[in-house]
Every structure is written in structure tokens, then in C-alpha cells.
Design a protein around this ligand. Structure first.
Ligand SMILES: [Zn+2]
Length: 401
């Protein structure tokens, strides 16, 4: 028995007046997920531990069967793992955004966490320039994709900086940046870098919208137990986004890059399906992650979110089911967290999931929706126990981390 785990990021939502009280998942045409729900078991699962923020990093770590309360150190370290950076155990790793602020001062506001969705090439030129001219001793800077980069403070995993809770820039659009300035100033070295970087970016030779850097999401280097050592399964992840790749890499899983996997509505669905199916020839478990519904939730785009969910069903779930039906492979589906249109950010609502496969008798669900999942009475209190639950139901090994 093998297992395919299909994860639609941010798919869960709340009832919307605009949809006559339905959620986007209810409103979307999802015949494949509905069939798997009818023929399998459906329930809910709390993917975000108490006292932790509902980020995709935390939630996807849970879905992979690892306890975020134990293993999660920050967003930066996961993305550093995705980039394959070789870091020392005592390093402190920040995610560093190139951002646009109204002005770099205490009266400034965060205008854009992505600096106008800056391209990877112009961003790399800026980051390399900042590295050469602004970086204090003891820091390293690594260019990444678009606005997303990595700042490393050598040997600082246990320093006071490790506790600085600078807010994620995507959570403070249009809000004052003064509270975060106060935090950054607690670290003279970090503040020196941020201040000098803003000065440098103001310079006339920068044609982009980036006028500041924003270090956040820091933590010690990510170490996860091996996925194979933990669950006895050869596993892989297929995703467009760095943090899912980083989790996979840190757990020693195969990380499959798919050309044209964008994280948006126009992603390469067929490429993801093909990659997952071909991995199953040599592996036991593959997680396919689709980012699109989450982006639509952040954008407050009801129609697009319905479309993203319908495409997940038609172009990921459907083809996987068609290819695997009759084989000794089970399918599980879930979202990592809710991204409700009404609030345009993540929430901690327990997520709906389904599990379909030989040996899993139907649990009585009539379709796959948030409401039906919540009504089945099957609830998994700790997200990390969802995967062991599935493996046990399927007669695969249990385990857990
Ligand atoms: Zn999100």
C-alpha cells in the first residue's frame, strides 16, 4: 500500500454572504473530492498547536507528521533548508524580504511585503550590492527567489536577537512600521544593517520598488527527524513553494521540482501529477501541495478561490484518482489551514480531510466540505497525528515524531 497526500493550501473558508451562506469549497464543483469523501472517511484535524501562529510552515510540518511545537524554529530556517544552505547548528537564520515602505522612519507604513513582486534577477543584484556595502561583520546574506531572501547571523542562535518578534510584512500591509523599528533597535547590529540597507536602496541606481529590507521569521537551523526513519516510507514532496520543499529536504525526502509550478492559478497541474505518479514507481508516499487557493484567500477573490479549488479537484485529484484506481494506493486530501476570504489571512480552524483507500470503509460523508467534515465526529486534536492515523488505517506503519 502506498499513499498520495493532496494538500490545497488555504482551501478552508467560512460561509460567505455573497455565496448565499456557502463556503468556496461548497460552491466549487468538486466531484472527485466528493466521491473520495463518500467512499472514504472524512474528519477534521487541528494543524496548528496552541500558542503557535497559523502559518503554512507550521501547518505543513504537522501534515508531514512532525510536531511543530517540538521541531519548528522559524520560517527563515525552513526556506534556508529549501535553498540547501549549509549552516552551522548555532547560526540564527532570518527570512529577509525586500519591501516597499512609505518612508523609512517612525511615521512610515508598510506598503508592499513583496516590493511590487520584484523579479528574481533585479532582486539578486540588490541583495549582492547590500552584501557588499551594508552587511555588518558576523552576518551572511543569500539571494533567493523574487522578494524572498535569507539573512544569517553567525553563531547567534541563542542570542537576544533570536527572541525578536518582528512581524511578518504580509501581515501589516498599510500599517505603521514603528513597533517593528523599536524591536530592531534592540539589536544594534541588525538595526545598523536595516538602516544602511534602506539608505543604499534609496540611491538613484535602484530601479525597483524595493526601498527597505525586513528581517523576520528567524530561528535556529531546522533539523527534522528523517521521514523514512520515522514512518518507514520513502517519501517525496511536489510543491511550488520553498517552505514545503524545505520541510521535505530537512526530513530527507525527495524534493521534486516541476517546471512551470508557479503557486498561482496557472500552475503546471499536469506536471505535478506526472511527477507524483512517477515517484510512486520508486517510493511509498508523496505529498502534492497546491498553493493557489491560499493566494486567492489573501487576495479576497471569491470567484478565483472557487476556481482554484475546482481546478485542484479537476486537474490534481481527478487525474491522480484515475491513474491509481484499482492499484494498491490510498489517497488523502486536506488543506493546511483556512485562509478565509472575510479576513484575508490564515486562521486556526481545524481543517477538513478525507482518507480513501482499500480497507477504509465509508464513514457516511456525502461530500467534502468544511461543514460535513466537522459533523462526522472524527476529529484529530494534534495535526501531527493525522498521518500516523492514516497509516494505521491503511495497515502501514504508525510511528510519529
Ligand atoms: Zn497563506
Amino acid at each position: 500500500m502506498k499513499l498520495v497526500f493532496l494538500v490545497a493550501d488555504g482551501m478552508g473558508d467560512w460561509p460567505l454572504e455573497e455565496l448565499g451562506g456557502a463556503t468556496p469549497l461548497q460552491a466549487a464543483h468538486t466531484p472527485n473530492m466528493d466521491r473520495l469523501a463518500r467512499e472514504g472517511v472524512v474528519g477534521t484535524c487541528a494543524t496548528v498547536p496552541e500558542d503557535m501562529a497559523p502559518g503554512s510552515d507550521v501547518a505543513n510540518m504537522s501534515l508531514l507528521g512532525f510536531d511543530p511545537a517540538k521541531w519548528h524554529t522559524g520560517r527563515g530556517p525552513i526556506e534556508a533548508a529549501a535553498m540547501g544552505l549549509e549552516l552551522a547548528a548555532e547560526d540564527l537564520v532570518y527570512r529577509l524580504n525586500l519591501v516597499t515602505v512609505s518612508e523609512f522612519s517612525h511615521t512610515g507604513r508598510m506598503l508592499d511585503y513583496s516590493a511590487g513582486h520584484i523579479g528574481t534577477d533585479p532582486a539578486r543584484i540588490l541583495i549582492e550590492d547590500l552584501r557588499e556595502h551594508c552587511l555588518p561583520k558576523g552576518f551572511e546574506l543569500f539571494p533567493g527567489v523574487q522578494y524572498r531572501h535569507i539573512l544569517v547571523q553567525k553563531g547567534a542562535a541563542k542570542s537576544p536577537e533570536a527572541a525578536l518578534a518582528v512581524r511578518p510584512p504580509h501581515d501589516i500591509t498599510d500599517q505603521p512600521i514603528a513597533p517593528d523599528f523599536e524591536l530592531l533597535k534592540q539589536s544594534p547590529a541588525l538595526w545598523d544593517f536595516v538602516r544602511r540597507a534602506a539608505e543604499r536602496l534609496e540611491g538613484s541606481r535602484n530601479p525597483t520598488k524595493a526601498n527597505a529590507v525586513w528581517p523576520w521569521g528567524q530561528g535556529g537551523v531546522l533539523r527534522l527527524p528523517g521521514f523514512f526513519e520515522t514512518f518507514g516510507l520513502r517519501g517525496a514532496v511536489v510543491s511550488a513553494v520553498d517552505l514545503v520543499k524545505g520541510l521535505g529536504r530537512a526530513a530527507g525526502m525527495e524534493v521534486i521540482d516541476v517546471d512551470g509550478a508557479t503557486g498561482l492559478l496557472d500552475t503546471n497541474y499536469q506536471g505535478k501529477v506526472d511527477a507524483a505518479l512517477s515517484f510512486l514507481d520508486r517510493g511509498d508516499f508523496v505529498l502534492v501541495h497546491l498553493e493557489g487557493p491560499d493566494e486567492c484567500g489573501h487576495g479576497g477573490l471569491i470567484k478565483d478561490k472557487i476556481e482554484a479549488i475546482a481546478r485542484f479537484d479537476a486537474r490534481i485529484v481527478g487525474p491522480i484518482l484515475e491513474a491509481l484506481e484499482g492499484q494498491d494506493v490510498a489517497i488523502m486530501g486536506a488543506c493546511d489551514h483556512f485562509t478565509p476570504i472575510a479576513v484575508r489571512t490564515h486562521t486556526k480552524d481545524p481543517v477538513p480531510f478525507f482518507l480513501w483507500g482499500k480497507g477504509v470503509p465509508p464513514g457516511g460523508a456525502t461530500a467534502f466540505t468544511e461543514e460535513i467534515a466537522a459533523g462526522t465526529g472524527l476529529h484529530i486534536e494534534q495535526g501531527r497525528k493525522l498521518l500516523p492515523f492514516a497509516l494505521e488505517r491503511l495497515g502501514l506503519s504508525g510511528g510519529g515524531a
